[in-house]
Design a protein around this ligand. Structure first.
Ligand code: ZN
Ligand code: ZN
Length: 397
């Protein structure tokens, strides 16, 4: 038979050969990003390195995509067919550098994208390497969603390094809220009756929130701190401020909880006769809805490189929040964890940063590139899998 569409296994063989040939370059990128840690929206070194590498591989990289200076995209394959986006993160943490191992995410995503680019046209689908800045804070993926980056994307995949090999991260939806109370200053001894105390309002709001905590779900969390509380005891505080994190296992729970906290914070202002302004400190991160069809493909492709991911369970999980949750609300997605360190080494520690550029991190870059490429190829090659992934997405799972 001539001109037959290549099978997924033919395409994978070609893609894996490409990844093997790129090994030195991918590890060079991983190490270079690790050695130049950059905070969210300041990832200029990583953005330049990744887009230059993409361009030197013969692909067209769109730099500063969707109006974000350090975002990028690179597309291969026909516009008309199905599309899969492979997401790269590359921001670091203040003080402890690449302690979340985003250098591994960027390099594995790059390798997978370049490899699938070699076979995308044959498969009749499109692969998009998408550089998504500011995961640790700033919600780069949320800004990309708002700018339309996922409108022509059928599925989004990425990996995240960890001390465990897992199908998914256990994520919480999180919202950050700031309450600023404006009262009326007065001499606290000479004319207290003329003052309206912003600190009292903040304290009463805090107490109300503390009472609310008794009546929320055991899986939900509310934490608050005082950031402004007055200048001098003999001046009635005219300004006070509290900052809050609200967490719930899912977006619906978060949507229920946020107005209840807001009502508590406003109640302090009512009691103390002051004004209060509530505003969001950051974009809300939603929980990740892990697509079961893409998860299954992840498991099959992991097995092909000798990895055995497990489902998370109590005591064997990675808990956190990520803006990939917001992506998973708009397209079928996965956010699996690939092991780069021993199980007792947690992400966001200096020890984890060492592993992210050590032998474990390097192996995860190459294995991870093959696993992501394998999932992308399976997805583009099989319409029934795409249909099943979409049906599971619509069903909310
Ligand atoms: Zn992190
Ligand atoms: Zn991370």
């Amino acid at each position: 038979m001539t001109n037959a569409a290549p099978t997924a296994s033919d395409a994978k063989q070609k893609a894996f050969e490409r990844i093997d040939a790129l090994t030195e370059e991918l590890l060079g990128v991983s190490h270079a990003i690790h050695e130049h840690p950059e905070l969210g929206y300041e990832e200029r070194f990583a953005h330049d390195l990744l887009t230059t590498t993409i361009a030197s591989a013969g692909l067209k990289a769109e730099r500063s995509a969707y109006g974000l200076e350090t975002a990028f995209t690179a597309r291969s394959g026909p516009d008309s067919g199905p599309s899969v986006a492979i997401l790269c993160e590359y921001d670091a943490l203040p003080g402890i550098g690449h302690a979340c191992g985003h250098n591994v995410i960027a390099s594995a995503g790059l390798g997978a994208g370049l490899a699938v680019a070699c076979v995308a046209a044959d498969l009749g689908g499109q692969v998009i390497i998408m550089g998504t800045p500011a995961e640790e804070s700033g919600g780069g993926k949320i800004r990309l969603i708002d700018a339309g980056a996922f409108e022509d994307v059928d599925a989004a995949i990425m990996l995240h390094p960890a001390g465990l090999e897992l199908f998914s991260m256990t994520t919480l939806a999180v919202s950050q809220l700031r309450a600023t109370y404006h009262g009326r200053p007065s001499h606290a001894a000479a004319a207290p009756e003329l003052g309206r105390n912003a600190l009292d309002a903040a304290v009463l709001g805090y107490q109300a929130a503390a009472a609310l905590r008794q009546h929320i779900r055991p899986t939900e969390r509310i934490h608050g701190i005082f950031t402004i509380g007055g200048q001098k005891p003999n001046v009635v505080p005219a300004l006070a401020q509290t900052v809050w994190y609200v967490r719930s296992p899912d977006a619906r729970g978060l949507a229920d909880l946020k107005p209840r906290l807001a009502a508590c914070l406003r109640s302090g202002a009512v009691a103390a006769e002051v004004e209060v302004a509530l505003d969001a400190v950051a974009l809300d991160y939603l929980d990740v809805i892990s697509n079961p069809v893409l998860e299954r493909l992840w498991g099959q492709n992991a097995a092909a490189v000798g990895r055995r991911p497990a489902q998370p369970e109590p005591g064997r999980s990675v808990v956190g929040s990520t803006d990939m949750g917001n992506v998973s609300a708009v397209v079928p997605s996965i956010h699996p964890m690939i092991s780069v360190a021993p199980p007792d080494v947690a992400i966001h520690t200096e020890a984890f940063a060492e592993h992210a550029r050590g032998p474990g991190g390097d192996k995860a870059v190459i294995d991870g590139a093959k696993m992501l490429a394998g999932v992308a190829i399976d997805y583009l090659a099989d319409a029934s899998l795409r249909k099943a992934a979409s049906e599971a997405f619509v069903a909310g799972g």
